[in-house]
Design a protein around this ligand. Structure first.
Ligand SMILES: Cc1cc2nc3c(=O)[nH]c(=O)nc-3n(C[C@H](O)[C@H](O)[C@H](O)COP(=O)(O)O)c2cc1C
Length: 176
């Protein structure tokens, strides 16, 4: 079975983005396994001077998990019309080692609106050569109203969109 590493752009305890990751883990359990990356808050601020042959231990571990995954799922909110700093910081550490290069990626921006962060992240993911397609990216506005506290997607259209995204993501991983 293919292995997906999931990254939530929100580190908040009751994050709806983490709930969407749980929902996808449940829905996709016969297609791929999902492990959740928990170290986002501990990654040091990106500094090219530290991006050498002996980077910080947290960065080594993050890169190892990226490299071992068959695909990467990112679920994130928008903060102040942009990508959450912790998430962008982590991605910046992956540039020199090309960890996203040709790797199947699914991006969900689950936020109040989220459009700017979604477009910005799509640009970043494309420039670092990740394998992200129209079918593996989804913007979920008013996201809080579409999932419950038990990680069940309560909005029928969102559930359909996520089911299609899971299928496209699986296909991209199979074809890799
Ligand atoms: C500091 C801050 C800034 C925010 N800015 C935006 C924004 O620009 N656009 C937006 O859609 N939502 C914005 N939000 C609302 C978040 O989208 C919303 O709180 C979302 O549920 C956070 O995701 P989470 O539940 O996974 O933590 C902001 C929230 C915070 C705390």
């Amino acid at each position: 079975m293919k292995k997906v590493l999931a990254i939530s752009g929100s580190t908040r305890a009751k994050s709806i983005n983490q709930s969407f990751i749980e929902a996808i883990r449940n829905i996709a359990q016969t297609q791929f396994s999902v492990s959740i990356y928990r170290g986002l808050s501990d990654i040091p601020h990106f500094n090219p001077d530290l991006d050498n042959e002996n980077p910080p231990a947290q960065v080594k571990e993050f890169r190892r998990q990226l490299q071992e995954a068959d695909g990467i799922l990112i679920c994130t909110p928008e903060y102040a019309m942009g990508v959450p700093g912790t998430l962008k910081n982590a991605i910046d550490w992956s540039v020199s080692t090309c960890d996203f290069s040709h790797k199947p990626v699914a991006l969900i921006t689950a936020s109040l609106s989220g459009e700017k962060a979604h477009q910005s992240l799509l640009g970043t993911l494309k420039i670092i050569e990740s394998n992200i397609t129209d079918g593996t990216q989804l913007l979920i506005p008013f996201a809080k109203t579409k999932i419950d506290k038990d990680c069940k997607i309560t909005d029928a259209e969102t559930l359909t969109q996520i089911t299609k995204l899971i299928e496209a993501f699986s296909r991209n991983m199979e074809n890799q």
